[in-house]
Write a protein that binds this ligand. Sequence first.
Ligand SMILES: [Zn+2]
Length: 271
Amino acid sequence: MPELPEVETTRRGIRSALRGHRITGMVLREPRLRWPVDPGLVTGLPGQQVRDVRRRAKYLLIELERGTLIAHLGMSGSLRVLPAVAPLLAHDHYDLLLDTGRCLRFNDPRRFGSLLWVTGDPAEHPLLARLGPEPLEREFDADYLAGKARGRKVAIKQFLMDQHVVVGVGNIYASEALFRAGISPRRAAGRVSAVRLEDLVGAVRDVLAEAIRQGGTTLRDYVNAEGTPGYFRQKLYVYERAGEPCRRCRTAVRQIVQGQRSTYYCPACHK
Ligand SMILES: [Zn+2]
């Protein structure tokens, strides 16, 4: 599943191809995504110039002259910039044709992705309005996290994955950040000391920034905007390494289930 680093990698990959260019057409082959794609876009988008491509959590915001497209990759989606004449693959659901002769093409075998259109401030859209801060921005700091964690009995790993606390820390990066900060994923959020929360904020930032630098983590069905896999998988300390030796202390990595998701941790590396 594309997580924040994969979405940010996609944003960087498509931004230069889109920004300042005009949409000349839209081909909608399959409107039945997570939510139906408005067929009015086929006539409404052509002629509009792309002002910028931003990101909020795992949503890509394609800002046009008269509104914003909110695109989500879902579980298995990818957005690529290709020549408009490039042969179609199975599950290619829409193309935004550009004045450069290229297109932005969305492929998604599982169709949990989405494409929505808003004319007002996208930050006020119900999908975005109640999200927590971005993990790589200043707002996300130890004081903020301590305030949110106070009195909470939920396990720190699930707390960290709560989009109302902070966005974009998915399963892989939550396990990795907790390992780096030396915090047991099972510890109650409200019982993690302020000093350790500070370490955790640093670890979340580091792990996400490194993953973005590496182009995301290689997942079975993930490719970035250039169609190449990410390389962050080689840097993972614990994720999907159950039974393998911890890269720090050689103790076998353990796997447990929390909130229906696998958590990986080293039982010796946390205090
Ligand atoms: Zn260890």
